[in-house]
Design a binder for this molecule. Structure first.
Ligand code: NAP
Length: 278
């Protein structure tokens, strides 16, 4: 089974558009802050702005120069925090140019943190409380659910422990009663651990790292990695060969990427509700 994130994401975006038209709230508003003029970042910002437009979410983009300081970005975020009709704020990641990425992320008001990366929202993920959950991890959970793949009692192996993907996903899977092993660059005998997975999630950024002989027959394989190789978006999984062994697998592109964007949109709508409960 090919797990088509694009199909599920399109459905979520349509549902979100219906919600924003009928919610009785003003259109939600998302502010995207980007730093420098990295080409990949520009593509991701454009995708998010297009999705927002489809959802009836107003979207501003603040493009700051690469010469900006951490303090200046933090001051900019504080100013956005204080504008009442801005419901969601994200900073396009990764932040380069020697800036303090975590200081910048933690400057976002947790109620407007629609990437779900502040300490408060990460804490809610770990306790399994309602909140704004990191979009990629939430997108993976939704993609599995929409395809009838349950995690309870399953052995899950996640490769990559970033706060963006692996760590929150490990907590979400654990909360849903999976048995999770979280691997990273220092993990010993990685291949033998991967082979035990009923559900394998790979978020490394190393193209074609996972080969068919590493995957258990019938496993669900979720490929988060996106790297541009000779102009082509390439995942961490050798899709063509692994699909012959896997029971279900996400493609790259068209798998996890669109789910991340769709779940960002639902977080903006949820943030508006959190800020204006009724
Ligand atoms: P990251 O912060 O660089 O984290 C990479 C993780 O992979 C780290 O935990 C690292 O281990 C681990 N790792 C590196 N080499 C390894 C190896 N050979 N074996 C096992 N583990 C290894 O990256 P990220 O932000 O999580 O992103 C990962 C990939 O996902 C990238 O390609 C990114 O573009 C993509 N991504 C896609 C989406 C989407 O929506 N599809 C969203 C976010 C990210 P250490 O911790 O020990 O360094």
């Amino acid at each position: 089974m090919i797990l088509c994130g694009k199909t599920v994401a399109d459905k979520i975006i349509k549902q979100t558009a219906i919600y924003t038209r009928n919610s009785g709230y003003p259109p939600p508003r998302l502010s995207i802050v980007s730093i420098g003029d990295d080409e990949a970042s520009k593509v991701y910002v454009t995708q998010k702005m297009k999705a927002a437009a489809k959802c009836g979410i107003e979207c501003d983009h603040y493009s700051l120069p690469s010469t900006v300081t951490t303090q200046e970005v933090v001051a900019h975020i504080h100013a956005l925090n204080n504008i009442p009709d801005i419901n969601g704020i994200i900073v396009q990641l990764p932040i380069m140019y020697g800036l303090d990425q975590n200081a910048i992320i933690q400057a976002i008001d947790p109620k407007k943190d629609v990437d779900g990366l502040t300490y408060e929202n990460m804490g809610k993920v770990s306790y399994g409380e309602d909140g704004l959950y990191p979009c990629t991890a939430a997108g993976i959970m939704r993609l599995l659910g929409e395809n009838g793949i349950t995690v309870e009692g399953k052995r899950v192996v996640i490769v990559g422990r970033s706060p963006l993907v692996g760590k929150p996903l490990a907590m979400m899977m654990t909360n849903d009663n999976a048995t999770v092993t979280l691997c990273h660059s220092k993990t010993k005998k990685l291949a033998s651990i991967i082979k035990t997975a009923d559900i394998l999630v790979v978020a490394v950024g190393d193209p074609l790292l996972i080969k068919a002989n590493m995957v258990k027959k019938g496993a669900t394989v979720i490929d988060v990695g996106i790297t541009r190789v000779n102009g082509k978006l390439t995942g961490d999984v050798d899709f063509e060969n692994v699909k012959e062994v896997a029971g279900a697998i996400t493609p790259v592109p068209g798998g996890v990427g669109p789910m991340t964007v769709a779940l960002l949109m639902t977080n903006v709508v949820n943030a508006q509700y959190i800020q204006n409960p009724r």
